[in-house]
Every structure is written in C-alpha cells, then in structure tokens.
Design a binder for this molecule. Structure first.
Ligand SMILES: Cc1cc2nc3c(=O)[nH]c(=O)nc-3n(C[C@H](O)[C@H](O)[C@H](O)COP(=O)(O)O)c2cc1C
Length: 205
C-alpha cells in the first residue's frame, strides 16, 4: 500500500493481538518491510513542574517486555522534566501504511548496565559528543565544541559514559493503534491495563 491509498477493509477486533506489545511489533515490522524511513523515530512528550508540554523526537533503541527504551542526556530539558514528572507519551507516525501508535506510561532510568552497554556500542565520535554535550543549554561556539569532541575522540580510554547520560524506559499503561481507512472510517483501538491483563476497546476515530 502506498501513502495515497487508504486501507479498504475494516480491522476486526478479533485480529488485534491480545498483547499490545505483540500488536506493536507486528505493525512495526510491517512498516519496516514497507521500506519506511526511520520507523523507530518516536515523538516523546513530557510535562515538567510548570505544566507546559514539550515534544521532541528520540529513537526507540530497545523494546523489551517492560517497555520502550531511549537514550539521552539526563540534564537535558526532557531529562529535567522527567525528574519533575515521570509521566510521558510516545507517538509513532508510520506514513507508509498510514498508521499511528500512541503509548503512555511511567518513565524510569534504565539500569547502569543497559546504559553502559548501549553507550559502548556507539561509534567513538558519538560517545565523545555525548560526553561533552550540555544538551539543551546555550552553545556559544559550535566550532570549539566540535574541535573538543574531535580531540577527546583521539583518546578513546577517556571516553567513558558520563553519569549524566543514559537510558530511560517508558513502561506503558496505555497503547492506542490507529489505522487510516477510506472515507475517514478509520480504525482505532485502545489497550488499557486491567488487572494483570490488557483490555481492548474500539474507539470512535
Ligand atoms: C530523527 C531524530 C532522532 C533523534 N534521536 C534522539 C535520541 O535518541 N536521543 C536524544 O537525546 N535526542 C534525539 N534527537 C534530538 C531531540 O529531538 C532533541 O532535539 C534533543 O534530545 C533535545 O531535547 P530536549 O531539549 O527537549 O531535551 C533526535 C532528533 C531527531 C530529529
């Protein structure tokens, strides 16, 4: 299906997976197979103590049974907001199949092990940049920053994960799957946590 074509047939509840993580993986893989560009880019929305929402794209780097893991600077704007209020929303927009997935939940820092493992898997220049970046603060001299990163990267033994950089895991309490269909007759399903399991509800689009 290309961008212009809406899905013709209604999605029946019975074909939605019982577990929203399984449903997410199914749609994610279908988007990947459709040669989508950056299907792992997700909009992360946070709200700090001032109650002003703030959104930005981050990459979903790991998906486990626990939740969605992304990596960032803990002192960045998002990091500060998450310390003040550990609730967040993720949004995936998948244009190839014209789908949207919303995920909401509580956010925690990942274990040191997960953050170290991911940090060490990154290319050296990226690691050096993460170490030196004061993400979200004013940068007066970009050239000086780039040179400092280059210089640091020449001494690999100095490039260890700083304590202000690491992963967060968003543990979902809500998923919502939206599929475009002809004549605005879109399909929309919410999964909410009910006791130990997930309850599926069709919503008006
Ligand atoms: C495609 C894309 C992927 C990105 N991935 C990340 C990421 O994984 N981690 C991150 O900290 N910033 C990432 N960014 C940059 C963020 O969108 C944002 O500018 C930065 O994290 C600072 O956000 P903040 O000031 O709200 O904390 C990405 C941006 C784009 C466009």
């Amino acid at each position: 299906m290309n961008f212009q074509k809406a899905r013709k047939n209604m999605i029946n509840e019975s074909i939605m997976k019982e577990n929203p993580f399984d449903q997410f993986n199914l749609w994610y893989n279908e988007e990947l197979e459709s040669k989508s560009y950056l299907p792992d880019a997700m909009t992360l929305s946070t709200v700090g103590a001032d109650m002003m929402p703030s959104s930005r794209i981050v990459f979903m780097k790991i998906l486990t049974e626990e939740g969605f893991i992304f990596f960032t600077n803990y002192r960045s704007k998002k990091g500060r907001q998450l310390e003040e209020n550990p609730k967040a929303s993720l949004l995936f927009f998948w244009p190839r199949l014209i789908r949207q997935v919303r995920v909401e939940g509580l956010v925690e820092r990942c274990s040191e092990q997960i953050s170290d493992d991911y940090f060490n898997s990154r290319p050296l220049p990226s690691r050096a940049a993460s170490l030196l970046s004061k993400q979200s603060e004013p940068l007066d001299d970009k050239e000086a920053f780039d040179n400092n990163v280059k210089r640091l990267a020449e001494n690999e033994e100095m490039v260890t994960r700083p304590e202000h950089w690491g992963g967060y895991v968003l543990k979902p309490q809500l998923f919502e799957f939206w599929q475009n269909r002809e004549h605005r007759s879109h399909d929309r399903f919410a999964y909410t946590l009910e006791g130990p399991g997930w309850k599926i509800t069709r919503l008006y689009p």
